[in-house]
Design a protein around this ligand. Sequence first.
Ligand SMILES: Cc1cc2nc3c(=O)[nH]c(=O)nc-3n(C[C@H](O)[C@H](O)[C@H](O)COP(=O)(O)OP(=O)(O)OC[C@H]3O[C@@H](n4cnc5c(N)ncnc54)[C@H](O)[C@@H]3O)c2cc1C
Length: 92
Amino acid sequence: MIDWCAQILDEGAMGTVESSMTKVAVSEALFRVADRCVQVMGGTGLTGDTIVEQVFREIRAFRVYDGPTEVHKWSLAKKIKRDALKGHADGQ
Ligand SMILES: Cc1cc2nc3c(=O)[nH]c(=O)nc-3n(C[C@H](O)[C@H](O)[C@H](O)COP(=O)(O)OP(=O)(O)OC[C@H]3O[C@@H](n4cnc5c(N)ncnc54)[C@H](O)[C@@H]3O)c2cc1C
């Protein structure tokens, strides 16, 4: 998805839909991986003894600071609704 989105941006398009979709999918996938790493390591995963706690904390923040998932989904929903209404008006 990152390659797909980067290619669209490289071609000069705004890529707002593609970047929202990619940010949601990638940030949530990364979070699931980091969360499983903590779980597998048990208590050790929550200490500063390994890098896992730092990665988990930073990935968690990523789901907020690059636009919360809900805001990306809200923006995608608005676009889908706009396109559907336009298609309806155009008789499609
Ligand atoms: C470490 C860090 C770095 C940052 N760097 C930057 C930066 O470089 N540039 C920049 O511009 N900003 C930056 N920010 C700000 C960041 O973009 C905002 O924190 C983020 O957009 C969320 O806004 P908020 O914190 O006001 O939360 P709010 O807008 O109050 O949202 C809180 C929660 O409410 C829910 N929510 C909000 N809106 C909706 C909606 N429409 N529909 C459904 N649910 C919703 C979501 O679950 C969301 O997580 C940074 C933040 C952090 C923590």
